[in-house]
Design a binder for this molecule. Sequence first.
Ligand code: ACM
Ligand code: ZN
Length: 476
Amino acid sequence: MTMLSVVVAAALMPMPRSVEMRGGTVAATGEVRIVESRDAAIAAEGYRIEIDGSGVKVFASGAAGFFRARTTLGQLAEDGRWPCCRIEDAPTFQWRGLMLDEGRHFFGKETVKALLDQMAEYKLNVFHWHLTEDQGWRLAVDRFPELVEYGAVRPESPAHGCTGAPWDYRGNGVRYGPYFYTAADVREILAYAKERFISVVPEVEMPGHVRALLAAHPEFACRGGLPRTPRTMNDIEEDVLCAGNDAAIRFLEQVYDEVCALFPGAYIHIGGDECPKKRWKECPKCQARIKALGLKDEDALQAWLTRHFTDYLAKKGRRAIGWDEVLAGDPGVETVVHCWREAKYGIAAAEKGHGVVVSSLASTYFSVPQGVKDDPFDYLGPNRRCSLATAYSFNPLDGMTDAAKARVLGAECCMWSECVWNEYDLAWKLWPRACAFAEAVWTAPAAPRDFEGFKRRMDVQRCCLIAAGVNCAPVE
Ligand code: ACM
Ligand code: ZN
């Protein structure tokens, strides 16, 4: 690009693949004709913009491409004028996701809609909605109203300033909830997302992270005596769904029936992470299932469960996706693997033939500290660090063979909400790191990275975010 283009493209985020400045400007007003034409050769969500004295021409192969082009035109206007230019653009990855955990803290429809606006602005296109957790069940299920009756309210939360883990727990004594989404709320969010060409992947977790479910149905745990409330502490819960209980499995099938009826997207996230095997080892029903099926161990029992629900969802025309722990015990390649712990799990999954979505505890977990000066917020994993530079350098294909690369659907940044209390806290932790992520999955790795250039453009975007009321952290 020329110097001029650096100046006029100051707000572009993510940077398009190719920007060619032609000199001169045209008024970015209603008087200028924007002519949209179909060009079947352009990739999904891709577009071409040509601006000259005769007006603005936009080419795309479908509605998503025209929408992404309009977003770029919005960012390109400066002082009411567009630069004469030619832009060619298309995403590197088809899955550019952002995960929001509403189990630990609930943000509500308006915050979710604002988040969808922010995602659309930066061309993120998958909203992964983590709706069930040990600490809260946030989705009303018509057939089982008890799920929110017991699961959507907890007696208290960890107090500010403690990690909330069992060895460092202080409760705040403040009842939290009931907070949940009704089917009508979900439909409203889905419609809002659809208008922005964002698909929604709901996550209903199993077999771990189900303490809120077990508050409603303690009979689906391996042992008796559980309290009728969700977990208040953070960290990993040992009480999980009893994999030896047919009624528990039938119950979950019926929950997924409703999830599929409500959410039209191709993917349903079934969780699968952090399921300790302690209870299964002690449980006569789980051990009887292992014996009856001739399984090797408890990992194989989880794999059997993953396969069961992958097949169940496949019969409804959906693909199951699960966190990378589902690989243990070998569930079969039909399950899409969502890598999060280390790149090696994503590489192993892709090499086995699974579709893969890549997150990274090191580079895309924005719930950990970002390292800005005088940060007023608490973070999950206070000793960890994911700086803006780290987020910007993320490459989901690192270390992969060409065959493995071809199985990577894309990537996600994640916001776990143990320490995220409200929209201000949420925005501060997401932005600007989620912009760095957006550029890493839209523009890179095909185009060279330029962190200094990114930071200059991010300064402009930060002003736009703050003007829109979004509490963006400093660009450091
Ligand atoms: C996870 O962070 N437990 C997926
Ligand atoms: Zn059991």
